[in-house]
Design a protein around this ligand. Structure first.
Ligand code: 3SL
Length: 237
């Protein structure tokens, strides 16, 4: 039986033992959804970097530079953090160096914590991801990126959806996993409507990213699993 635990915020990661586990980093709106989309649309890799300088240095080595802070695309970069920027051949055959407010930092944190695999979580490929985790059979940490160390609803909801696919309630011994599972059951009939109350949904609405959110809340439009190899997010196949 796979042991599944849920980390609701980066500030709580140190309380869990991530060593040799499959750690799924979850930043539904939008970093980990965008990373899955980039790889599904033919990007060779997405390298998570923690600051804008590193993204610009990598641009000098042929990477597309991508940067977001507080929901804004930063001036002087090839891309921001929208999944739509990865479509229509824009990233085909390219490597991307991406820095975001929360998500990319969590990929680094999971690596430092000793994860066996660091995987990108998204509704877009939830079935492929759940099948990978079940087949691999290592214990699993679902690591919600949240917003600046605060818990958020959308990452918690996705964690609940994934817990629901991996184990039954009576197999859980983690209260945060039980909590997000209940949250997911409450919201699943209309995730978008449920999330309208949430702070990041409101933030991204103010920035006119409605279309990105609708896209990121779709299930199973991507059939690959994306994870870290040699410091870059790639197709795990
Ligand atoms: O914080 C992040 O990593 C981003 O996904 C936030 S945003 O959706 O691009 O605003």
């Amino acid at each position: 039986m796979i042991k599944v635990q849920v980390v609701l915020s980066p500030a709580l990661l140190h309380l869990f033992d991530s060593k040799n586990k499959n750690v799924v980093v979850i930043d539904i709106l939008r970093a980990t959804s965008t990373i899955c989309t980039a790889i599904a649309h033919g990007a060779l890799s997405v390298k998570p970097v923690n600051n804008t300088d590193d993204a610009l240095i990598l641009k000098g080595s042929g990477y597309l530079s991508a940067a977001e802070r507080d929901g804004h695309k930063l001036e002087g970069f090839d891309m921001g953090n929208s999944p739509f920027e990865c479509m229509n051949g824009a990233v085909l055959g390219k490597k991307i160096a991406l820095t975001t407010t929360n998500g990319t930092k969590c990929i680094t944190a999971a690596t430092i914590a000793g994860a066996a695999n660091v995987l990108s979580g998204s509704f877009l490929n939830i079935t492929a991801l759940a099948n990978f985790l079940k087949a691999d059979s290592r214990d699993v940490i679902l690591f919600c990126a949240g917003w600046r160390d605060r818990v958020n609803l959308e990452d918690s909801l996705f964690a609940g959806a994934l817990v629901n696919r991996l184990v039954s309630k009576d197999e859980l011994d983690c209260d945060s996993a039980l909590m997000v599972m209940d949250l997911y059951h409450r919201a699943k009939s209309n995730l978008g409507l449920y999330l309208e109350q949430s702070s990041h949904y409101k933030r991204l609405s103010r920035l006119h990213h409605q279309e990105d959110m609708e896209y990121c809340l779709q299930s199973d439009v991507i059939d690959i699993v994306v994870g870290l190899k040699k410091g870059e997010m790639v197709n795990m196949a």
